[in-house]
Design a protein around this ligand. Structure first.
Ligand code: AMP
Length: 611
């Protein structure tokens, strides 16, 4: 049987009150494993090397101790975070802002390529306590002397292996050499390739190594599956799962207190019988709720890890990981709430595209491959409803209905002058919306829209890193048949340039989506690359100066004009292939979709006392 993991508390971490208040407001119930281990060490001023992926809570692991040590009166940068992409730089800066919401006059500045230089220069002049940036642009500012690092207390290398993969590691090396020797250094990386070890050896003195080792024995009577899904689509998938599975008791795991309440509310609005439990709810009430679950007065519990500790209810048939757990150990612990007392159970894991790596780690640690869950289509759902309704009606008709029902039908038919069939249809429409019975055909959302929907307002909905696992420049689709223009870059083999360096520079500094970057041909002193036609002037000018392996690109159009490769996508034809540099644009939350609105009519299937 699974042992309960030790649970630390934020209050034990010696963080200032202002930060503890912000954490409480965010609904974080307890530190994630990487936070529990890193925060005390960083607060002591030690250097660390942390092996952690996206989704483990590593941003707070370094942001909270940095904020705890900030001197608000000093305006020169006290902390520098280097990140591989502008999206991550913005996300990290936003996280700092959120954690520092009770620290008056705190300033964090994201600095990344592609954004207006003048704005950044002005902001740097005004002063920022923390700077978060991509290596290229930080180097640029160091060259212009617009960024001074002599007062730095802490440097963080976030996703160091990604910086390596994108060809920025030499820039990182150069930047680190410009920082005071007395600084504290934290290096976070999902993997530890040799080059990262070298960097660590050179720049991170006597580090404390932090790697979370997981205890990971899975009960083999639990059938497990996963679904890759964007945050905004989880609720719909959840209800489809609940509607198609023969569930008894269900526990849904989420990350925050708020999420326990909102998910439970949304499920109740859709006709399920759900309740939230989290650390804010008093122990007697929690116990009452669990007792209701045991007695089948309640079917679904929406819980945080802390609140669900130790729950041992035999009738839990399904565990749903609405938010992915921080690590394999938490996963094993969560799914162990089902399959109790020798019974079988099922577990579903929602994985946002950017969290794919965590899924891989869970599979590796638990030594098993999870199956991908096939989300039923709306049409299949409608069929399912019909089948369930038929079952419910058949069961009803078996138990001699009291005569008053028949009497009412007769009277209503007479009163309304309708045949019974029409009356039945009207009653059915009271139970189901038209959309539930006759769903519109499901259309795939275009990629770009997905990225925006997935936007950055809610840190759980960060979509722009969605494609990070597939960062290779995609071979443009020939069927789209739009010619790319061929450009020349004044850097090649002789400068030690590799295609990934060019892709990294074009994507990060000019905001050109990787998928629109065509074939790269490396020559000794220059390179050729296919890019979408209609490049805006400001981008063209910017790419004169952007450096690749220290070499200014000095981009120019080749005589040949069009690339010989017929390439890209429809969007590639327009200058809008640029990613939007405006953080606000991306942080807009998706509008509530039809699916998010509570339905007027509750689906009958859930009203059925099925369990
Ligand atoms: P990160 O790994 O830093 O990208 O964080 C992943 C997600 O976990 C973000 O949405 C954070 O807001 C969230 N998060 C971080 N720490 C906690 C915590 N202690 N409790 C709940 N959620 C957290």
């Amino acid at each position: 049987m699974q042992t309960e993991p030790e649970q630390a508390l934020f209050a034990d971490l010696d963080l200032p009150d202002a930060l503890l208040r912000a954490i409480k407001q965010l609904g974080y119930e307890s530190p994630s494993p990487i936070q529990g281990k890193s925060i005390p060490v960083l607060l002591e001023g030690k250097n660390i090397i942390g092996q952690a992926q996206t989704g483990t809570g590593k941003t707070a692991a370094f942001a909270l101790p940095i904020l705890a040590n900030i001197d608000l009166k000093q305006t020169a940068p006290q902390a520098l975070v280097l990140a591989p992409t502008r999206e991550l730089a913005i996300q990290v800066a936003e996280a700092f802002q959120v954690y520092a919401r009770h620290m008056k006059n705190f300033h964090v500045l994201p600095i990344y390529g592609g954004a207006d230089m003048r704005g950044q220069l002005r902001a740097l002049k005004r002063g920022a306590h923390v700077v978060v940036g991509t290596p290229g642009r930080i180097l640029d500012h160091l060259g212009r002397k617009s960024l001074k690092l002599n007062e730095l207390k802490t440097v963080v290398l976030d996703e160091a292996d990604e910086m390596l993969r994108m060809g920025f590691i030499d820039d990182v090396d150069t930047i680190l050499a410009e920082t005071p020797e007395t600084r504290q250094t934290a290096l976070f990386s999902a993997t530890m390739p040799d080059r990262i070890r070298q960097i660590a050896k050179r720049h991170v003195e006597s580090p404390v190594h932090i790697k979370i080792k997981a205890k990971t024995a899975v009960v083999d009577t639990i059938e497990q599956a996963f679904l890759i899904i964007n945050q905004g689509e989880k609720l719909d998938a959840l209800t489809r799962y609940l509607d198609t599975e023969a569930t008894e008791g269900v526990i849904i795991f989420v990350r925050t207190r708020e999420a326990t309440v909102t998910v439970a509310e949304k499920l109740n609005a859709r006709g399920y019988i759900a309740a939230a439990i989290n650390g804010d709810i008093s122990q007697p009430i929690r116990e009452k709720t669990i007792a209701r679950l045991k007695k089948s007065q309640l079917d679904i519990l929406v819980a945080t890890d802390v609140a669900a500790r130790g729950i041992d209810v035999e009738r839990i048939s399904h565990v749903i990981n609405f938010d992915i757990p921080y690590d394999s150990e938490a996963y094993v612990h969560r799914i162990g709430r089902t399959g109790r007392a020798g019974r079988s159970g099922k577990a579903l894991l929602f994985v946002q595209p950017r969290e794919r790596r965590l899924l891989g780690i869970i599979e590796k640690d638990t030594k098993q491959k999870l199956n991908s869950w096939e989300k039923p289509s709306a049409k299949q759902m409608a069929e399912q409803r019909k089948t369930k309704l038929a079952e419910v009606l058949a069961a009803k008709l078996e138990t001699n209905l009291p005569s008053v029902y028949h009497q009412w039908v007769e009277e209503l038919c007479q009163q309304l002058e309708l045949p019974a069939e029409q009356l039945a249809a009207a009653l059915l429409s009271e139970q189901f919306t038209l959309e539930q019975l006759l769903p519109p055909p499901e259309t795939k959302k275009p990629r770009r829209e997905k990225n925006l929907r997935d936007g950055r307002g809610d840190r759980n909905e960060r979509g722009s890193r969605t494609e990070r696992g597939e960062r290779k420049p995609r071979k443009p689709r020939r069927e789209d048949n739009i010619a790319l223009e061929k450009y020349r870059i004044e850097a090649g083999h002789n400068h030690g340039v590799q295609p990934k360096d060019i892709v990294g520079a074009l994507a990060n500094e000019a905001g050109i989506d990787r998928e629109y970057i065509g074939r790269i041909e490396l020559n000794d002193d220059h390179s050729l690359v296919g890019l979408p036609p209609g490049m805006p002037k400001d981008i063209f000018q910017l790419l004169q100066k952007v450096r690749v392996k220290g070499q200014p690109m000095r981009l120019s159009r080749t005589q040949a004009g069009n690339s010989d490769e017929p390439e890209p996508t429809k969007q590639a034809a327009s200058p809008s292939t640029r990613k939007k540099p405006d953080a606000k644009t991306r942080s807009r939350k998706p509008k509530a979709t039809e699916k998010d609105r509570p339905r007027r009519n509750k689906p009958a299937a859930k009203k059925k006392p099925q369990s």
